[in-house]
Design a protein around this ligand. Sequence first.
Ligand SMILES: *Cc1c(COP(=O)(O)O)cnc(C)c1O
Length: 393
Amino acid sequence: MTTSFYPPQRTLMGPGPSDVHPRVLAALSRPTIGHLDPEFIRMMDEVKQMLQYAFKTESPLTMPISAPGSAGMEACFVNLVEPGDKVIVCQNGVFGGRMKENVERFGGTAIMVEDDWGKPVDPAKVKAAFAAHSDVKILAFVHAETSTGVLSDAKTLCQIAQHHGALTIVDTVTSLGGSELDVDGWGVDAVYSGTQKCLSCPPGISPISFNQRAIEVIEKRQTKTPSWFLDQKLVMGYWGGGAKRAYHHTAPVNALYAFHESLVMLEEEGLENAWARHRHHHNALRDGLEAMGIGFLVEEPYRLPQLNSVFVPEGIDEAEVRSRLLADYSLEIGAGLGALAGKVWRIGLMGAACNKKNVLLCLSALENTLSAMGADIPTGKAIAAAQAVYNAN
Ligand SMILES: *Cc1c(COP(=O)(O)O)cnc(C)c1O
């Protein structure tokens, strides 16, 4: 007979999902109630308000989609792109490529602006793309590229789009809660994120927000939105309907309890404090790794604190290191993707996983594993280097 599934207790320091806070896990197991229950609707309103805080937006069209981050991406493109539309898509890693797929599947033309993996989106190239193409409807880019660990300058990119009268779609799956993000202040028109990166929550929910400009574009569509489930006008009947909410789909009730709890925790901590915490632990991890002779792929000014792409030491089988970390320390770190496969690890410091205990565990486990495998690295220095960062504060 098949028996119950008990997952092992892991420490998740990869590119997501990241560690879920025990308070969030506890919220998941509270009794399921009806998705039109007045108490549930009261909780939904709190989720919307707290999401506005997290995104820094006043837009009432801010809500979670009942599906993972990829669905949030699709929701933005399926509602805003119509056949024949021109969309400038910036690609400097995996996720820009998915944006291109979305544009093309909904009948748009993707004008690609490419930057090397490990570099941020170059605003000069975006300006040149606008200069070379008239009637661009949308500029789309990834704020925090999880495949490489790069932060792009969203504020500047949004200014360029506004100057040319284009809308912006911004992927903030890895930046929300981990790096500065100011949706209204930067004039982001459509934004999506995920719960499993810096929000200490399990995967499966995608917060999104559309501002008034984006909503006007959606309302003036010439063609019917080709997705029923993600049609924003229909979703709003449920999430925006106030007391008279219409049934659209059955909300993932318990997953939303968990998301609510993670947003309560974000409010308690304070958004700016959450950004600073990610930076602080990144600094300690960085000094520890560098003391071990391990270097970073991404240059300091646009390095993501929550996703550290670091070079695998010479002659070391990176997959073997990851499986030893998992077997011996129950610690998960991520592999490199695409051209970076085999060359880098991606060490996440996201949400609840971003803490001192994890930084010290990761440094100690990595150093011990690498030296057991015969890597030529300095030993005995990493922990002290990280502790020096902690002791300075
Ligand atoms: C993880 C991620 C996604 C996809 O989110 P899922 O929840 O896995 O669907 C999209 N964009 C970026 C930048 C991500 O890191």
